[in-house]
Write a protein that binds this ligand. Structure first.
Ligand code: SF4
Length: 238
């Protein structure tokens, strides 16, 4: 007879990490007025490769202001779109991806509109978004979680992935998709979309302050007790 499996202890570890990060950094709750419409979040991600968030935010607002509607962006002149996106790190790539993405949405839905995702289960909505040109796992999760959709999807950026790799909660070489597939089932069931958003923002803060890509500052790290990397360091190491 097969005994039922108990809860995964990594879920408890995530909950402890979450609490320790709140104790260290305080609450990081996205204000309602920072939740943009899902298409805005999609655009910000599609054009955002290797660009600073503030730059991509401003470019996204500039595109909306210039064309007046997302629909018009699907028919935009590529050169003009590239000029609007000139502050992005790769303006021509951003322009091509954005127009291709919008045309793919229009081909499938008849207009540049994401409202149909409200009727799809989370996993199907993620799959639909990731099938669009220029849309990866991070952007798809962002559209569902950080927009007005408020869905249960975990955004995993480079900081988040690195922290989770070092703690040992995901494999050391896990890419974003594998990290997502590993972590999503481990999120405590009672976490809302807002809790999941805050979790990402807290872990990202740790990655920006203590768990830097090189020479992580483990000595003062609030989750040191949960971290495999720290446990493997020789005594006396910071
Ligand atoms: S203990 Fe060190 S390696 Fe582990 S999460 Fe903290 S800073 Fe990163």
């Amino acid at each position: 007879m097969q005994l039922p499996l108990g809860p995964d202890p990594r879920s408890d570890a995530l909950a402890r990490i979450h609490a320790a990060l709140i104790a260290a950094f305080g609450r990081i709750i996205r204000p309602d007025d920072k939740r943009r419409d899902p298409v805005w979040v999609l655009v910000q991600g599609v054009i955002g490769a290797q660009s600073k968030t503030a730059v991509s935010n401003a470019s996204t607002d500039a595109v909306k202001a210039r064309y007046g509607s997302w629909e018009a962006v699907a028919d935009a002149d590529l050169g003009e779109l590239e000029e609007l996106l000139r502050n992005q790190t790769f303006p021509s790539v951003a322009a091509e991806r954005l127009r291709a993405c919008f045309r793919a949405i229009r081909d499938d839905r008849g207009s540049v509109d994401l409202r149909h995702l409200s009727n799809l289960p989370d996993a199907m909505a993620m799959d639909w978004l990731e099938a669009l040109p220029g849309v990866g796992r991070k952007n798809a999760a962002g559209v569902l979680n950080t927009s007005t959709f408020r869905r249960r999807a975990l955004v995993i950026d480079g900081h988040h992935r690195r922290v989770m790799q070092r703690t040992g909660l995901i494999p050391p070489k896990a890419d974003t998709a594998r990290a997502y597939d590993t972590l999503m089932p481990l999120l405590p069931e009672d976490w809302s979309a807002e809790d999941i958003d805050e979790h990402h923002l807290l872990v990202k803060s740790l990655g920006q302050t203590h768990c830097r890509p090189t020479a992580p500052r483990c000595a003062g790290c609030p989750i040191r007790g949960e971290c495999r990397y720290a446990a493997q360091q020789p005594e006396g190491m910071p």
